[in-house]
Design a binder for this molecule. Structure first.
Ligand code: ADP
Ligand code: MG
Ligand code: MG
Length: 877
C-alpha cells in the first residue's frame, strides 16, 4: 500500500522527488544528528493525487493522524492542548526550490485557550504568546483563507505607529488578535478555526493548492521546472525565535553565493520569527554579530555549517532559529549561487579534494557560462555614481527606471529596457523582475527576496542601496546630493559591484569573453572557467562547429573553439548591391541572359568562400546552397506598385512587378526554395558549386562540404548531386556532398536519402516547423504564451528540441541513415545546437557534432562535456 507520510527520521536527501527538497534535507540533517525540530513529511505523491482528483488520497488522513500522535509522544505535548500546547508549522517544499513562491503557516495549534498555555511554557511570557497567535491568524488568513494580506498589515501598521513590532506590548498584541479575528470574520463570514487539527488540515490543503498559484506557475515556467511535480508538505514542531532578545532567527551560507569565497555569510535578526529576516521588516545584523550576541549558539552554528559543507560537498544555505540560547536547524539545501561563484566553487572544491574534475564539470552549466559572457560596464568612461548597494546578482544593466511591476511589463512589451526599482520586492513582483533588465532595491540584504530570485534567474540585481529614498507611489527615488530620478530616467546598475549610476554607462566585453578571444586567464574566475572548459573538452565526444557565413564570424568561432563550420549560409551573398544580379537572374528571358547573371555572381561567391576557407585553416566548412525563395531578394510588391501607379517606374520596375506577382507564394516556407530552386533554375547550383571548388583550389587544405537544403526525397538529391559531383571531379576538388534533414519526409526516408548523401545535418528549425505544422514567425507572437500556460509544452520547441516528436524523427533518421551508410557523418545546425538540453539529446542519439552561433560555442562545448559525464543527462539544470 502506498505510503504518503514519512517521519524526518525515515527520509534522506536522495528522496527529493518524493519528499521535496526541504523534507529530504530536513531528514538528512536529522539523520546526521543535527538539532532539527522533530516532524514529518507528506509526499509529493499525495499532492499530485489531491491536485488531480480534488481530494486527498485514501488513507492519508489516517497516516497523518498516526504520525501526529507519534510526534506528540516524542514532544510530550499534544497539538494545541490548552495548558501545554504542541505547535507546528505546515511548510511547502517542492523538489526544486521555489523561494517564496508557495506557502508556509507557522504556529498552528494556537487558539484562545492554548495561547495561555504557550505563555506558560515560556515562563509567563504573554507578549510572546500573543505575538505568535497574531502571526498565525495573519499567515493562515492570507495563505489558507485567501484574505488580502494588506488588511492585516494595515492593522499592524496602525497599531505600531512609528514603533517597531518588538515594541508592542502583550496587551496591544492581544488587541491585535481581536482585530485580526474580526478581519477573518468579515472576510470569510466565519470565525477563525479554533480547532488545531482543523487548522492543520486546512493548511495542508492550502500548501497543496499553492503549487498552482499563478506566481508559482510563472516561476516554474521561467526556471523550466515541470508543472506536474507537486509539492510535499512538512509538518515541523515549532521552535521560537520571537521569545525575546535571547532568541532570534537567521539565514546563512557556507560560502559567499556571489563570489564563492569561504567565510561567514548571512543575516540574523533578534526576537523574530520565520520570514522576518528576509522580509526586511527590521534591519538585520550580519551573521558575525551573533558571536557577540550568543557565542555558544554561534560556535555551534559554524561547526554545523562546516559539517554540512563537507557532507554535501557543496555550498549550502541554511535557515536557523535560536530559542532562548538553543540553536535549531530549520532548513538546508545546496544553495543557489551566481554563475561566477558556481565556477569558482567547483574548482575550489576540487582543490580541497572534496570533488573530482568530472564532478566540477557537472556542477556548472552552459546557462551559467552564458551569463558570464554577458557584457560589463566600461571602467574608463564618464559615469556618475549615485549610490552603492549590495552586489546581489552580477551583470551590467541599463534601462529606464520604473517603480512597479505593471509598468515594467508595459514598457518592456514596447521594447524598452527597464530597471525595476523597489524598496524591496515580494513574490508578486516576479513578473516585473522577469520583464526588467535589472532590479534595484533600497532595502534588504543578499538573502532578500530580490537577491535570491534575481540570482536564480541570472538577472542583474543591486539590493539594499540604502542611500536611496524610494517612493513607489511618487514613481521616483532620490540619491544623496539632491539627485532625483523619476520614472523613465535612464540608470545603470552593476550587479557585480553594487554600483548605481545615473544615465547610460557604456558596456564592454566580459573577462570571460576576452579569455575566449585569446587573453591570458589572469583572474580567479577566468582560471576556473579555463580549467573546467579544458576538462569538458577532454571528455566530450561531440564536436562543436559554428554557424558562420563570413570570415570575421568564422575567425571568432575558431577562437571560441569551433572545430569547423556546420552551417555556412550563402543567401546573404545575394544581398546588398548583388540584389541587382538576382533581379537580372529572375528577369532573364533566355538561357544566355540567365547565364550572364550567374556568371556575374560566380566570382563574388568565390571570393566569399575563399575568405572563409582561409579563416578556417583546413577545418571542415559545410556550405549550404541557396535556400530561401528568390522573391525574398526582390523589391517589395507595394513599393513597385506605387512606382508603377505614380508613373515613376522604369521598364525594369514594371518587369519586376510582373515577376514579383508571379513568384508570390501563399506559404513561402513550403514553396519554391532549397533544392527545388536548384531543380527549377538551371545553372544556379552549378554556379555555386563551381565557386566553392575554385575557392577550395586556391586555399591549401580547404575542406568544403556541400549541403543541399530542403530535400524531401532521395530523387531530388540524386538530381542535383550528379551535376555537383561532376564539377568537383573536373576541378579535382575533394568535397563531401550531403543534405540537410529538415523535412519530415527526409527523416522518414533517411535510409534512402543516405544512398545519395555523405552526411546529414539536421536542420531542426525547419524540421520543428514542419513537424508541428506551424510557422515560427506567425505562432510565437500569436499563441505560444497560451500554449506555455496550458503546459502543452514547458518550453518553446524552437528553443529546446522537442524530444518526443522532432527528436524521434532525428533519432530514426540517424539510425536508418547509418544503416545505409555506416560512415555517414551526422550533425545538427538548427539553433538547438547551442541549447543545453538539446546538446545532451544530440549526444545521446549519437550525432558527431553540433553547430551553433559563435557565441554559443563555449556553451555547447561545456554541455557536450557534461553530457558525456552525466548519468542523468536529461537534467541540464
Ligand atoms: P520557504 O520555503 O519560503 O523558505 P519555510 O517553510 O522555510 O518557507 O518557512 C518560512 C520561515 O519559517 C523560515 O524562515 C523558517 O525558518 C520558518 N519556520 C518554518 N518552520 C518553523 C518551525 N517549525 N519553527 C520555527 N520556524 C519555522
Ligand atoms: Mg525556508
Ligand atoms: Mg531550413
Amino acid at each position: 500500500m502506498a505510503k504518503f507520510v514519512y517521519d524526518f527520521t525515515e527520509g534522506n536527501r536522495e528522496l527529493k522527488d518524493l519528499l521535496g527538497g526541504k523534507g529530504a534535507n530536513l531528514a538528512e540533517m536529522t539523520n546526521l544528528g543535527l538539532p532539527v525540530p522533530p516532524g514529518f513529511t507528506i509526499t509529493t505523491e499525495a499532492c499530485r493525487h489531491y491536485l488531480a482528483e480534488g481530494d486527498v488520497p485514501e488513507g492519508l488522513d489516517r497516516e497523518i493522524a498516526e504520525h501526529l500522535s507519534a510526534l506528540e509522544a516524542t514532544m510530550g505535548k499534544k497539538l494545541g492542548q490548552a495548558d501545554d500546547p504542541l505547535l507546528v508549522s505546515v511548510r511547502s517544499g517542492a523538489k526544486f526550490s521555489m523561494p517564496g513562491m508557495m506557502e508556509t503557516v507557522l504556529n498552528i495549534g494556537l487558539n484562545d485557550e492554548s495561547v495561555y498555555g504557550l505563555a506558560k511554557q515560556a515562563g509567563g511570557n504573554e507578549r510572546f504568546a500573543w505575538d505568535s497567535y497574531r502571526r498565525l491568524i495573519q499567515m493562515f488568513g492570507k495563505t489558507v483563507q485567501d484574505i488580502d494580506g494588506d488588511l492585516f498589515e494595515h492593522a499592524l501598521d496602525e497599531l505600531k505607529g512609528d514603533r517597531q513590532d518588538t515594541d508592542l506590548t502583550a496587551d496591544e498584541l492581544q488587541r491585535l488578535v481581536k482585530t485580526y479575528k474580526a478581519i477573518v470574520r468579515e472576510q470569510t463570514g466565519q470565525d477563525f478555526p479554533a480547532d488545531p487539527r482543523e487548522q492543520m488540515r486546512l493548511a495542508v490543503m492550502a500548501v497543496f493548492d499553492s503549487w498552482n498559484a499563478p506566481r508559482a506557475i510563472l516561476y516554474r515556467r521561467q526556471e523550466r521546472i515541470p508543472a506536474d511535480l507537486g509539492t510535499a508538505v512538512n509538518i515541523c514542531s515549532m521552535v521560537f525565535g520571537n521569545v525575546g532578545e535571547d532568541s532570534g532567527t537567521g539565514v546563512a551560507f557556507t560560502r559567499d553565493p556571489g563570489s564563492g569565497h569561504q567565510g561567514v555569510y548571512g543575516d540574523y535578526l533578534q526576537n523574530a520569527q520565520g520570514e522576518d529576516v528576509v522580509a526586511g521588516i527590521r534591519n538585520t545584523v550580519p551573521l558575525q554579530d551573533l558571536e557577540g550576541i550568543d557565542k555558544s549558539a554561534y560556535d555551534e552554528l559554524l561547526a554545523i555549517m562546516e559539517k554540512l559543507e563537507n557532507h554535501y560537498r557543496d555550498l549550502c544555505d541554511i535557515e536557523f532559529t535560536v530559542e532562548r540560547g538553543k540553536l535549531w536547524m530549520l532548513q538546508t539545501r545546496v544553495g543557489k549561487r551566481t554563475a561566477g561563484a558556481a565556477f569558482r566553487i567547483a574548482t575550489q572544491l576540487v582543490d580541497q579534494g572534496l570533488i573530482t574534475l568530472d564532478e566540477a564539470v557537472i556542477r556548472v552549466s552552459g546557462d551559467q557560462l552564458a551569463q558570464l559572457m554577458f557584457p560589463r560596464f566600461a571602467k574608463d568612461c564618464a559615469r556618475k555614481l549615485i549610490a552603492k548597494g549590495m552586489n546581489a546578482s552580477p551583470g551590467a544593466a541599463v534601462g529606464k527606471a520604473v517603480f512597479s511591476s505593471e509598468r515594467a511589463i508595459e514598457l518592456a512589451a514596447q521594447g524598452e529596457d527597464v530597471i525595476l526599482v523597489r524598496r524591496e520586492t515580494n513574490p508578486d513582483d516576479l513578473s516585473g523582475m522577469i520583464a526588467a533588465r535589472g532590479v534595484l532595491t533600497s532595502r534588504g540584504g543578499k538573502t532578500s527576496h530580490a537577491a535570491v530570485v534575481a540570482r536564480g534567474m541570472g538577472k542583474t540585481c543591486v539590493c539594499g542601496a540604502e542611500e536611496l529614498e524610494v517612493s513607489v507611489s511618487g514613481k521616483r527615488f532620490t540619491a544623496p546630493g539632491g539627485i532625483s530620478v523619476t520614472e523613465g530616467d535612464v540608470i545603470s546598475i552593476d550587479g557585480s559591484t553594487g554600483e548605481v549610476f545615473l544615465g547610460e554607462v557604456d558596456v564592454v566585453d566580459s573577462a570571460v569573453v576576452e579569455y575566449f578571444e585569446g587573453a591570458e586567464p589572469d583572474d580567479e574566475l577566468v582560471r576556473a572557467v579555463d580549467r573546467i572548459m579544458a576538462h569538458a573538452d577532454s571528455v566530450r565526444r561531440l564536436d562543436v562547429r559554428a554557424n558562420a557565413d563570413n570570415p570575421e564570424d568564422s575567425a571568432r568561432a575558431r577562437r571560441f573553439g569551433a572545430q569547423g563550420i556546420g552551417l555556412c549560409r550563402t543567401e546573404h551573398m545575394f544581398l546588398g548591391e548583388r540584389r541587382q544580379l538576382v533581379e537580372d537572374l529572375v528577369l532573364a528571358d533566355s538561357a544566355e541572359s540567365r547565364q550572364a547573371a550567374l556568371d556575374a555572381l560566380e566570382p563574388l561567391q568565390k571570393a566569399d568562400f575563399t575568405g572563409i576557407f582561409q579563416a578556417m585553416e583546413g577545418l571542415p566548412v559545410t556550405i549550404r546552397l541557396i535556400d530561401p525563395p528568390l522573391h525574398e531578394f526582390l523589391p517589395d510588391i507595394v513599393d513597385l506598385s506605387v512606382k508603377v501607379a505614380t508613373g515613376a517606374a522604369t521598364a525594369k520596375d514594371r518587369a519586376l512587378l510582373v515577376a514579383v506577382k508571379r513568384l508570390h507564394e501563399m506559404n513561402p516556407m513550403l514553396g519554391l526554395r532549397g533544392v527545388r530552386l536548384g531543380l527549377v533554375i538551371p545553372g544556379l547550383f552549378a554556379m555555386q558549386v563551381r565557386a566553392i571548388a575554385d575557392a577550395a583550389r586556391e586555399v591549401p587544405g580547404a575542406r568544403p562540404e556541400i549541403m543541399i537544403p530542403l530535400v524531401a526525397a532521395v530523387q531530388e538529391l540524386e538530381a542535383v548531386r550528379e551535376e555537383a559531383a561532376q564539377i568537383l571531379a573536373n576541378k579535382q576538388v575533394d568535397a563531401l556532398i550531403g543534405t540537410m534533414i529538415e523535412t519530415p519526409r527526409a527523416a522518414l526516408t533517411a535510409g534512402q536519402v543516405a544512398e545519395a548523401a555523405q552526411f546529414f545535418s539536421f536542420g531542426t528549425n525547419d524540421l520543428t516547423q514542419m513537424t508541428w505544422g506551424f510557422s515560427r514567425d506567425d505562432v510565437e507572437a500569436a499563441f505560444f504564451s497560451r500554449y506555455l500556460d496550458l503546459g502543452i509544452f514547458g518550453v518553446s520547441p524552437f528553443e529546446t528540441l522537442d524530444r518526443d516528436g522532432v527528436g524521434r524523427l532525428v533519432k530514426l533518421a540517424a539510425a536508418e541513415g547509418r544503416a545505409t551508410r555506416a560512415d555517414l557523418k551526422l550533425g545538427i545546425c538548427g539553433e538547438h545546437g547551442g541549447d543545453p538540453d538539446s546538446v545532451h539529446f544530440c549526444h545521446e542519439v549519437g550525432l558527431d557534432y553540433v553547430s551553433c552561433s559563435p557565441f554559443r560555442i563555449p556553451v555547447a562545448r561545456l554541455e557536450a562535456g557534461r553530457a558525456a559525464l552525466a548519468s542523468d543527462s536529461s537534467d541540464t539544470r
